[in-house]
Design a protein around this ligand. Structure first.
Ligand code: ADP
Length: 491
């Protein structure tokens, strides 16, 4: 653990002398996760025989967990939610130190995690407590009930190291499955605390097991024929690899629930309100250092307001405070690791060579030693000029003409991704036109496009962006379940 914590310092923090490191003694501004050491002090990547054993244990206890019923599982998940709230300081500290989150993002992250636990607990109660009585003739009773499928593998990314890490297992557990969970290799400590608290809440250790490690551990887990389903969040390429692996293996046909990448656009027309556009564009593109699946990557601005809108957006962009995520004033923190930084920098360098305008924030001296990427705005001709998702604080802008609206939407749809799209317009006809044609899971009008509130704004994409159903929505938990029908002759 000490080694990992030492590495955390290298990973995110800048060699800027005025910055507090958060680990240099008693003056550290927030709690340190030292009490985790007992649990994760000797943790390392999971070995193949441990994966094997974990699945054996999870499989053995699953029928009992399923028979426990929706009400009791709900109570346990709610007890976990209470414990998460009691450990707010530790979670916020870890989200900042392990994942480089700003305080605002860390607070939102914990809120979402707790909301997922409570919402899926309620879904367990609503859908898994009593069977549905189906219609039939007199003398016959037909009942439909939902049950766990078996052992679910939940594989999660680093950008929501708590909310997504706990969200999919909470749904799988609510539905009567047991879970082996592999967090992203960048954020195992947050996951370790989350799992420990679930066990403390009374969820059996065998029912929810943590298997930390990198992609090879994920591959070992998903290739085991005893895995009944995989809930994956991460890149489209990895989801496709998992899908191929599941298709090729022996055993029952596994369910894949995948939530993947995006190439998210926003369209701004000449009726949009400039101040509102500025606020929403800056938040959508640069909050969380652009490291959200929903983040805005390509902004289409109508030509007659292009210069003025861009000037205002650049004003908002210049006002962002970039720095240590432990500082309250920070708007944009670091990106997750050196690989992410170099890939984003390569993208900017290639675009600069193209000779189109590129605006970059200047980073203060020393920031280069950390994983900071200067927020950047790049002018391009079309979303189709981009070959991949650039997961960081980079916004591309495109000029469009009123006569081209249909083609703009076609281009956005042609990326094959379908996660979020934003529209700023005060014209109802434009709104209806775009809404009817946008093939995205989440469409946002006259607001930022990074909101995903459990229950009221279920989240998830289509096409290359995922399989659905939407996390935090009414159909999510049922996807983790199998349906059984019992027919009884009552004469
Ligand atoms: P990201 O770009 O968000 O890091 P990845 O798809 O690489 O997306 O990673 C998301 C999660 O998938 C991580 O937990 C990672 O370790 C895991 N992962 C990577 N490769 C595989 C694989 N082949 N099989 C299963 N899981 C994998």
């Amino acid at each position: 653990l000490q080694e990992r914590l030492a590495r955390l310092e290298d990973r995110h923090w800048i060699a800027e002398p005025t910055f507090k490191s958060g680990a240099e003694g008693e003056s550290a501004p927030i709690n340190k996760p030292h009490d985790l050491s007992a649990e994760v002090g000797t943790r390392r990547d999971t070995l193949d025989f441990e994966v094997e054993e974990a699945i054996t244990r999870a499989q053995a206890i699953q029928p009992g967990w399923d028979r426990l019923g929706g009400e009791k599982r709900a109570v346990l998940l709610e007890a976990a939610a209470d414990l998460f709230e009691e450990h707010t300081d530790e979670f916020l500290s870890l989200c900042q130190r392990e994942a480089g989150k700003t305080l605002v993002d860390a607070v939102l992250e914990l809120r979402e995690a707790v909301d997922f636990l409570r919402f899926y607990a309620n879904e367990a109660r609503r859908q898994f407590t009593r069977p549905i009585i189906l219609p039939g003739p007199t003398g016959e009773e037909n009942r439909l009930s939902l049950h766990g499928r078996g052992v679910f593998a939940c594989i999660s990314p680093w950008n929501f190291p708590l909310a997504i890490f706990i969200g999919t297992p909470a749904a799988a557990l609510a539905a009567g499955n047991t879970v082996v969970a592999k967090p992203a290799e960048q954020t195992p400590l947050i996951a370790a605390l989350a799992v420990r608290l679930c066990h403390q809440a009374g969820i059996p250790e065998e029912a929810f097991q943590l298997l930390p490690g990198a992609g090879d551990v994920g591959e070992m887990i998903t290739s085991d024929p005893r895995i009944a389903g995989v809930a994956f969040t991460g890149s489209t390429q990895t989801a496709q690899a998992i899908n191929r692996g599941l298709a090729a293996r022996e055993g029952p046909i596994a369910t894949l629930i995948a939530e993947t990448g995006g190439q998210n656009a926003m369209i701004v027309d000449s009726t949009a309100l400039p101040e509102q556009v500025t606020r929403d564009v800056v938040a959508s593109a640069f909050q969380s250092a652009g490291q959200r699946c929903s983040a805005l990557r390509v902004l289409y601005i109508q030509d007659d307001v292009y210069d003025e809108m861009l000037r205002m957006i650049r004003g908002g962009f210049e006002a962002l405070t970039i720095g240590n995520p432990e500082e309250l004033s920070t708007d944009v923190g670091p990106v997750i690791d050196p690989d992410a930084k170099s890939s984003l920098e390569r993208h900017v360098a290639r675009r600069k060579k193209g000779g189109r305008p590129v605006w970059r924030r200047r980073l203060h001296r020393g920031a280069n030693a950390g994983c900071f990427v200067a927020p950047t705005i790049i002018e391009i001709d079309s979303i189709l000029d981009l070959k991949r998702e650039n997961f960081g604080p980079i916004l591309h802008v495109v000029r469009w003409k009123a006569s081209d609206l249909e083609r703009v939407i076609e281009d956005i749809n042609a990326t094959g991704f379908g996660l979020t799209m934003g529209l700023h317009s005060r014209n109802d006809d434009v709104r209806a036109f775009v809404e009817a044609r946008a093939t995205v899971g989440n469409f946002y009008v006259n607001r930022n496009q990074i909101g995903a509130v459990v229950e009221s704004q279920p989240f998830g994409g289509e096409g290359l962006s995922g399989t659905g159903p939407k996390a935090g929505g009414p159909h999510y938990v049922a996807r983790f379940a199998t349906e059984r029908v019992v027919c009884i002759d009552t004469t």
